[in-house]
Design a protein around this ligand. Structure first.
Ligand code: PLP
Ligand code: COI
Length: 358
């Protein structure tokens, strides 16, 4: 399908490369345009790039009532050659369809998703933020638009891609660790539910827990499984810990954990990182005992927005605090962060096909 272009007049568009003054932050800024495509009469149609702006949508649009809405998050980086490169976008396109299957949204051909995103970035090149560590954050999403109030899959949808010139999600980056609240009161997902998808409702369901975390002075919640025995993940990143021999352990992917592309990449990069990376079921009791005995020396989260975020302490609902190692950001995490981000920025070579020029 050919993409139609309805661009802003040149006089209203950015004319030189974006050189932000203060820190750009995460997800605050928008570019001039967005990509749109509709689903009607059983097929995706009308792919177009138009000025970024509000949608016209019926008050009865089904996404507003029953939550049929999914999204992805990916990043593009500028390399030293001045070109923009996406990172493993094909994995995002694949996962978008996986999320779509979980909430009964029609799939979009992966090649079409990649074409849409590349075409939009191509139009918005001048929006790439020239700032250390910054990127173009890519947010594709699909939402139900049919005006109907019975509960069944919508027959109409819109696929949109928007871009946000961004920095890291946690302002502290890899320099300062964050604290997580280990909660037994809130759960993110149950088996048979939507936990393995990027369904919007999963994030709505995490807000109450996020508020509780803030009351404990924690940045986010570390979710357990529904029986409060196993460690699952954090609201916007997978969890990991590192043993004293340097082995990185990520909880096994189940249908209650999002299959993080960052986690998968770290597993595939174990040789480059010079350490073992494996997945296993992580029991909370053992995790606590291993931190207390010094068997676990570092911990953190992996995610596109979060990158590699060190966790230096946990707090429980009885206010007990569990400090990881010496409470400082450890050397293994610093190395993982450096190698991973250098690879995304093209400073060192990664596996074939991971970074692709726009
Ligand atoms: N877990 C959840 C719930 C997320 O929202 C995200 C972010 O996308 C992740 C994990 C990390 O996944 P990825 O590395 O693919 O961004
Ligand atoms: C991402 O890491 O891209 C995400 O989608 C997480 C988001 C909830 C900030």
């Amino acid at each position: 399908m050919d993409i139609k272009y309805n661009l802003k007049p040149a006089s209203e568009r950015r004319t030189e490369q974006f050189t932000p003054e203060g820190n750009v932050g995460f997800g605050k800024l928008r570019t001039d345009h967005m990509f749109l495509m509709d689903y009607r009469d059983g097929q995706w149609c009308d792919p177009r790039i138009v000025p970024y702006g509000p949608f016209e949508m019926a008050p009865g649009a089904m996404s507003l009532h029953y939550g049929q809405s999914i999204f992805e998050g990916a990043k593009a980086f500028m390399h030293d050659d001045g070109e923009i490169y996406t990172f493993r976008l094909n994995k995002n396109a694949e996962r978008m369809n996986n999320s779509a299957n979980i909430v009964c949204i029609p799939n979009i051909d992966e090649a079409m998703q990649l074409k849409a995103i590349n075409a939009l970035i191509d139009v918005e090149r001048l929006w790439f933020p020239m700032q250390e560590g910054a990127c173009l954050y890519i947010r594709p999403f699909i939402f139900a638009t049919e005006d109907r109030l019975s509960v069944s899959p919508s027959q109409q949808y819109t696929f949109c891609v928007m871009l946000s010139p961004s920095g890291a999600y946690y302002a502290a980056g890899v320099n300062d660790g964050i604290r997580l609240l280990i909660t037994t009161k809130f759960h993110r997902a149950v088996s048979g539910g939507t936990g393995a998808s990027k369904a919007a409702g999963n994030y709505a369901a995490s807000l109450r827990a996020g508020k509780a975390a803030a009351e404990y002075g924690a940045a986010q919640v570390l979710y357990l499984d529904a029986t409060n025995q196993q460690i699952e993940e954090v609201g916007a990143m997978n969890h990991f810990h590192i043993l004293k021999d340097g082995t990185v352990i990520i909880p096994k992917f189940t249908d209650t954990i999002l299959k993080s592309i960052t986690s998968q990449s770290i597993m595939d990069m174990s040789e480059m990182l010079g350490c073992q990376v494996r997945q296993e079921t992580v029991m909370l009791d053992k995790f606590i005992a291993d931190i207390e005995s010094g068997e676990i020396i570092e911990a953190g989260g992996f995610g596109t927005a979060a990158v590699v975020s060190p966790v230096t302490s946990y707090i429980f609902e009885d206010n007990r605090i569990l400090t990881v190692g010496d409470g400082k950001v450890g050397k293994h995490i610093k190395k993982i962060y450096q190698v991973f981000t250098d690879m995304q920025k093209g400073k060192i070579a990664g596996p074939d096909g991971w970074v692709k020029r726009v």
